[in-house]
Unconditional design. Structure first.
Length: 452
């Protein structure tokens, strides 16, 4: 059977989709190749949130077509994911070497499409149509065996799509409307993962807090999403639960309260604010105000004072004035985020913001991005330095990416910790003393670990 290499761009949802496609292909007899240089099939799982992400994927495919196809003309090349959904046939028109384009609701058919190509039944395949039930079609994970070592953490997709329609965002057009899996299927997948050795599960959704809004009624004041958190929390052997990415509107009193009531729910929250200006928030169609966002932060810290808070921020949205930007900068200073993901506004075709007047010049976007980045980094350094000398629980996940001689784990508030240790510590919960901090990374003292 052929070998497959999958390269993933973008968010954790894309990572999860790539895992699921890989698992499906392995189940069909395919093997996973270590690089595109030796693979029989090369698939790029793409992102459309920013134009830069699309251009990066297109450039990568052009290079692969030029280098790999020159020596191995039978290699199958394909795009999956959001850019594939958005561009469809245009990708093959632009890049004739591409054989396969798979949209976001067709991931589970990738193996069938490849079979069709290898058997000669079809030469070029573009599949981007909607498919009912696609949100529940892929549940497999690769966990053990020769294909991949045992996993300590895992992503579980609980829904697809988005109904928010923020004016800057292409996701509702590439992922479709919200569709939630049944609670029973999510819990069953989580239980199977834990049985395989997983200790921490991250629940994924485009707006994860919207889970089940249409299909699952509130019970005893608990939203469908909080009901799901409670059900996953009951799984024996599971140590930690995280979720991403929520929307500030999804943080009702029941979810805030859950942070203090469910011990397995980690004390971390990624709450995208996008802007500190009410005028910009309204133009973005975000559905909350600056005051409401700050009140949410106050509530979360009231329940969990040490909660790790991160956010997304867009600078240079159409019509953003210096005063609007100043309000974003002041919100960053007031909230004191542990970290923030910063984006320069990128026009996305067919989104309302792309046609808005007063588009901000690139040089102003660059300047504002640099200013807010400087503030985020300064706050982050101070907040990470405050952890020095503290004893913190980490879950040891893997060898460090940059130095395999070290181990990498995360605190409950989602800070990365590097420490010395060996393979037998993988998957263990450990208390470490933080000795130093740098670059949004903490370093733990192994001297207090039980290394026997």
């Amino acid at each position: 059977m052929p070998s497959v290499y999958i390269k993933t761009y973008g968010c954790q949802m894309n990572e999860r989709d790539s895992e699921a496609v890989a698992a499906q292909l392995v189940a069909k007899g395919y093997s996973l190749a270590p690089s595109e240089a030796v693979a029989d099939v090369v698939l790029l799982n793409t992102c459309s949130v920013r134009d830069m992400a699309e251009q990066k994927a297109i450039g990568k495919m052009q290079n692969i077509a030029a280098d790999v196809r020159r020596n191995r003309p039978d290699v199958v090349l394909g795009f999956m994911g959001c850019m594939a959904q958005s561009r469809g046939q245009r990708l093959i028109d632009q890049l004739p070497d591409v054989d396969l384009v798979v949209g976001t609701q067709k991931f589970h058919r990738t193996a069938d499409f490849l079979d069709d190509i290898f058997s000669g039944r079809r030469e070029k395949i573009v599949e981007t149509g909607a498919e009912e039930g696609s949100e529940a079609a892929i549940k497999e994970h690769i966990l053990n065996g020769q294909q991949q070592p045992a996993r300590v953490t895992a992503f579980v997709s609980i829904m697809q799509g988005c109904n928010q329609y923020c004016t800057f965002c292409i996701v509702p057009y590439t992922r479709g409307e919200e569709r939630s899996r049944t609670m029973e299927s999510v819990v069953a997948e989580c239980r199977e993962l834990v049985r395989s050795g997983v200790k921490e599960i991250t629940l994924l959704g485009q707006i994860v807090t919207s889970y089940g809004k249409r299909d699952i009624p509130a019970r005893d004041g608990q939203s469908a999403f909080v009901q799901l958190l409670e059900a996953v929390h009951e799984i024996d052997g599971l140590e930690r639960i995280r979720f991403t990415s929520p929307h500030p509107k999804g943080y009702g009193a029941d979810l805030v309260e859950a942070y203090g009531r469910l011990p397995k729910l980690c004390q971390s929250a990624h709450v995208p604010v996008q802007s500190g200006s009410d005028r910009m928030l309204k133009a973005m169609h975000r559905g909350y105000t600056r005051a409401r966002y700050l009140e949410l932060v106050r509530q979360l810290r009231g329940v969990q004072p040490a909660i790790g808070l991160t956010t997304d921020i867009i600078v240079g949205f159409p019509g953003e004035t210096e005063e609007d930007f100043a309000q974003t900068l002041s919100l960053v200073t007031e909230v004191q985020f542990d970290n923030a993901y910063l984006f320069k506004y990128s026009q996305r075709r067919d989104t309302p913001a792309a046609a808005m007047p007063d588009q901000v010049p690139d040089e102003i976007k660059e300047e504002r991005h640099a200013r807010v980045l400087q503030e985020v980094n300064a706050i982050g350094r101070r907040r990470y330095d405050e952890q020095i000398g503290q004893q913190m629980e980490i879950l040891v996940e893997s060898p460090s990416r940059n130095n395999p001689a070290r181990l990498m784990g995360r605190t409950r508030c989602n800070k990365i910790v590097l420490l010395d240790g060996s393979a037998r510590h993988l998957g263990q919960l450990m208390d470490v003393k933080i000795t130093r901090a740098g670059g949004f990374t903490l370093y733990g003292d192994p001297a207090i670990l039980n290394l026997e």
